[in-house]
Design a protein around this ligand. Sequence first.
Ligand code: 5GP
Length: 164
Amino acid sequence: NDIRENLSYETFGRAVRELAQTIADDGFEPDIVLSIARGGVFVAGGLAYALDCKNIHLVNVEFYTGVGTTLEMPVMLAPVPNAIDFTDKKVLIADDVADTGKTLKLVHDFCLETVAEVRSAVIYEKSHSLVKCEYVWKRTDDWINFPWSVDEPVVKRAGQVLDA
Ligand code: 5GP
């Protein structure tokens, strides 16, 4: 499948507002927006403003270990949010896309241990995702070009060590 779903920053701006409207219309008022870095940071910022939610947390998840290898499963990188922060809170997990859904499942299961309620919002969800998000802007099975990652970084960096 060579077809690409191209998301521009302009369309992203509209998408995140529409996604927030869907969440508001559903009556869900999160205490915390938990973003999955890095792609989910853009989504979480837009949702938090649109939903008038002042608390944003962040969790770093990578499939990529930083030594040129891809893991079979995604891993949460340090610092992992303190579960105490989430006790009895309504948490909205925000990410750019649920593809296999493994990343979202990891974070969702982590939250389930302590939070009062956890729901997930994504810009895109693919049909084979093992997690079905409560809030989805658009469904596609194509590879998505996101505006923040479609271009090469302005600098090339080698040998970055990630804190697993
Ligand atoms: P997962 O397979 O765990 O649902 O997705 C993990 C991460 O892989 C996503 O958060 C995203 O950063 C990246 N990813 C998955 N599918 C796509 C895609 O279609 N386009 C881009 N640019 N990244 C993707």
